[in-house]
Design a protein around this ligand. Structure first.
Ligand SMILES: Nc1ncnc2c1ncn2[C@@H]1O[C@H](COP(=O)(O)OP(=O)(O)OP(=O)(O)O)[C@@H](O)[C@H]1O
Ligand SMILES: O=C(O)C1=C[C@@H](O)[C@@H](O)[C@H](O)C1
Ligand SMILES: [Mg+2]
Length: 308
């Protein structure tokens, strides 16, 4: 009887002490995990902030070399940095750099820069996870990729299509579907001028739709009329790549590109040089050299989301 009493008393006490100990250990462990996570988040914020600042410095360097002052997507040590530039009175540039890191960390820093000397007039400040002031230009309701053959418009477009709720069209693919023959065959049958006419009509039809993700043929910028239409109605991203990288990529594909027939290297260098200025009207430029398709797609989606 006594034994039963002792057991009856001991058991609840053991359970209570064990429960208390368990709760205490769990609490301390949770605190440790949380402070470790907070530390990691703090480190990530610092890394992204530093990348955004470096992004501004990189653009200052490029502008010093004569590069056009234009919005640009950069990769700074694995952090995507979107640098937006706005002309201000008194020869000043307002430059806003947003770095996008891991764990949803986003840091923005902005500065006023003297257009002539490229010196920083003053830093405007940092803010975390805050959208930059990019007023939506409602007429620019399409997302369009332009760029030289082989810069990845179609491939990156496909990856973007999986991330944004926009219908995706590719002018080359739409033309092939319309004609029922390849671009190379169309060129052989009707020549380049007729192709350009068809391309413009297709562009007009696409831009008349409510809102599209549109990937274009490399030569869409040849016609002034097309450049104007695009500048008015689309948020235009210029995919760029070094000619050597373009040559490497195009050597690995079987797709026939009529304008590259003959000496591929020479053709790529010639066309690149001839069109270099024609791509410059884009809202954003991005260098895809050495970058993966997914990382490009994610960076462009961010720039688009900033635009809308
Ligand atoms: N970032 C990249 N890294 C490595 N390879 C790539 C990259 N982007 C595209 N490629 C490859 O380069 C080739 C050409 O790409 P794609 O057809 O998308 O170019 P495009 O810009 O659409 O060319 P076009 O103007 O002729 O339509 C494909 O084989 C593609 O897989
Ligand atoms: O750069 C160009 O002129 C071209 C690029 C391709 O996308 C096709 O539109 C066609 O081969 C012509
Ligand atoms: Mg293409």
């Amino acid at each position: 009887m006594r034994q039963t009493d002792e057991r009856g008393f001991a058991l609840p006490a053991v359970i209570a002490v064990t429960t208390l100990l368990f709760t205490l250990v769990t609490f301390v462990a949770a605190l440790a995990v949380r402070s470790h996570e907070a530390g990691r988040l703090y480190e990530e914020r610092m890394r992204v902030k530093y990348a955004a600042e470096t992004g501004i410095a990189k653009m200052q360097q490029e502008w010093a070399l004569g590069q056009r002052k234009q919005d640009t997507l950069l990769d700074v040590g694995g952090v995507t940095v979107y640098v937006q530039v706005e002309e201000k009175p008194d020869n000043a540039l307002h430059v806003v750099a947003t770095g996008y890191g891991e764990k949803g960390v986003q840091q923005t820093i902005s500065a006023l820069i003297d257009q002539k000397t490229l010196a920083i007039i003053n830093w405007i400040g940092y803010h975390g996870n805050k959208k930059t002031e990019a007023p939506m230009e409602h007429s620019k309701r399409h997302l369009v990729l332009i760029g030289m053959m082989g810069t990845g418009k179609t491939t990156i477009g496909q990856a973007i299509a999986a991330q944004v709720p926009l219908p995706w069209k590719d002018t080359d693919q739409a033309l092939v579907a319309k004609w029922g023959c390849s671009i190379a065959d169309f060129f052989a049958l009707y020549g380049e001028e007729r192709f350009r006419e068809e391309e413009t009509q297709m562009l007009e039809a696409c831009l008349a739709e409510p809102s599209l993700l549109l990937t274009t043929g490399g030569g869409i910028v040849l016609r002034e009329q097309n450049r104007q239409l695009l500048a008015e109605r689309a948020f235009v991203v210029h995919l760029d790549a070094e000619p050597e990288e373009i040559i490497r990529r195009l050597t690995q594909t079987n797709e026939e590109r009529p304008l590259l027939k003959g000496d591929l290297r020479q053709r790529v260098y010639d066309i690149y040089e001839a069109r270099r200025e024609l791509y410059r009207f884009a809202d954003v430029r991005v260098d895809t050299t050495g970058k993966s398709i997914d990382e490009m797609a994610t960076a462009i989606v961010r720039a688009w989301q900033d635009h809308v």
